[in-house]
Design a protein around this ligand. Structure first.
Ligand code: GDP
Ligand code: IMO
Ligand code: MG
Length: 422
């Protein structure tokens, strides 16, 4: 944390790395927490004092009193889902109305965007992306096509603007022969719009830059992960936003020179939800064991997460794209029982050995190195001095490979199960 600067915390694999937990853990050190990309496709889990919350659109800094939380211009927001999420926090006793600011430039996800998401997925058949069905792709497409609705639009002549975009979608859906009934959903959505008007809708880019000039510090909370980034992920099996460090600048309206640390967060193994290439995927009992122990089921959709060993080729690529300065390794405890642990250090594709991430990882086979497991309960550990030797060796192996230090080791879902290394 540095006064007047932004630190970014970015998922650097396929999402679900544990961003919510660490943002919540870091928040006391910062003045402001801001989401810069994605929307309700995200599911960020936070556990403390025996309570569990899964946030989708609201930044994970919301549980720390007095901190400003911002939904930035790079985000997409569904008013009905936002209302449900915010009300859950209000019911739990959190006073969020003054502390949660929403960018007027964030794009609105309409009910018909969700229909389009489903329609496009059905059209793709077996090539479907496996989206979260939250209307993310169609909303960002409308943004790029310059026809989208923004949060600021709800302040004036909204009904008219809404009907115009809805009509456009209806034409598309009709052409796609997609049948739908959104009457009830639309009602809730409009309720959500009215509810959102009670929040501070701001020019968040001006607001954030003012905070920075006042010497305040900002934590940018990533959503998804680098391998799901629209440009740098496993296209077309990606989300539709910039999930990387560049997205922090555009998604918050800050200059690159404002960014200080870039925290890259990953799990001690790999997971992926949805379709697309995943060279380290395990289809055997080991994969099932990781899924069971790691409870690898989607926070948003409940789908099985595909599981595999850690992929250092992908990690190295993500570190390069984001300029990661410090790494955070999550869910280390999930590997407690394994006698040996594999890590992918290269790929084999068309008979060639690759040490970098190729244009397309389809058909890549993972080449592994095998390291001894620690076979010890990490959840009982609270300091680095108590690390089993095999864990220290695992950490060192990764650090030597990617040339960036791992500063935090997470050994459980609770806020407190977090070990800082010196
Ligand atoms: P996010 O989307 O990056 O915020 O991550 P998710 O919340 O989707 O998924 C991470 C899951 O792992 C959640 O269920 C967390 O409660 C859990 N979790 C986070 N850190 C740890 C850890 O160190 N160990 C274990 N066992 N679970 C963890
Ligand atoms: P957090 O922030 C894991 C995946 C979907 C799908 C692809 C596109 O919790 O880490 P979309 O609905 O965005 O068009 O889906 O991206 N995906 C995620 N996977 N964690 C996420 O978010 C994800 N958000 C999207 O499963 O494969
Ligand atoms: Mg998640």
């Amino acid at each position: 944390m540095k006064p007047g600067k932004v630190d970014a915390l970015l998922g650097i694999v396929f999402g679900d790395e544990g961003k919510g937990k660490v943002v919540d853990y870091f928040t006391p050190q910062y003045d402001v927490v801001a989401r810069f990309a994605g929307g309700p496709n995200a599911g960020h889990t936070i556990i403390f004092d025996g309570k569990k919350f899964v946030l989708r659109s609201i930044p994970s800094g919301i549980f720390c009193p007095d901190k400003i939380n911002i939904i930035g211009n790079g985000c997409v927001l569904a008013p009905d889902l936002f209302m449900a999420e915010a009300k859950e926090l209000e019911t739990a006793g959190y006073d969020i109305r003054q502390r949660l600011h929403i960018s007027k430039r964030a794009q609105l996800i309409l009910p018909t965007h969700r229909c389009l998401d489903h329609a496009y997925e059905s059209l793709k058949g077996k090539n479907k992306i496996g989206t979260t069905g939250k209307g993310i792709g169609p909303t960002y497409s409308d943004k790029a096509a310059r026809v989208g609705l923004r949060v600021g639009d709800i302040l004036e002549n909204f009904e008219e603007k809404y009907q115009a975009l809805k009509l456009r979608h209806e034409t598309l859906l009709h052409n796609l022969k997609y049948e739908y009934d959104i009457e009830e959903e639309e009602q809730k959505w409009m309720e959500g719009v009215a509810y959102m008007r009670q929040f501070q809708l701001t020019d968040s880019e001006v607001e954030i830059n003012r905070y920075l000039s006042e010497g305040k510090s900002v934590l940018a909370e990533g959503a998804q992960g680098t391998m799901l980034d629209l440009d740098h992920g496993t296209y077309p099996f990606v989300s539709s936003s910039s999930t990387t460090c560049g997205g922090v600048c555009t998604g918050l309206g800050i200059a690159p020179s404002s960014i200080n640390d870039v925290f890259g967060i990953f799990k001690a193994y790999s997971t992926r939800v949805g379709s697309g290439p995943f060279p380290v995927e395990l289809f055997d009992e080991t994969g099932d064991t990781i899924r069971r122990i790691g409870n690898e089921f989607g926070a948003v959709t409940g789908r099985n997460r595909r599981c595999g060993w850690l992929d250092l080729v992908a990690l190295k690529y993500a570190i390069m794209i984001n300029g990661v300065t410090q790494l955070i390794m999550m869910k280390s405890d999930v590997l407690d029982d394994f006698a040996s642990i594999k890590v992918c250090t290269a790929y084999k594709q068309n008979g060639q050995t690759l040490e970098y991430l190729p244009y397309d990882t389809e058909g890549c086979e993972a080449i592994y190195e095998e390291l001894p497991g620690w076979q010890q309960d990490l959840t009982l550990i609270t300091t680095e001095a108590q690390f089993p030797e095999a864990l220290s060796n695992y950490i060192k192996f990764i650090e030597d490979f990617v040339k960036v230090p791992i500063k935090i080791i997470s050994v459980g879902p609770d806020r407190n199960a977090t070990i800082i290394r010196n």
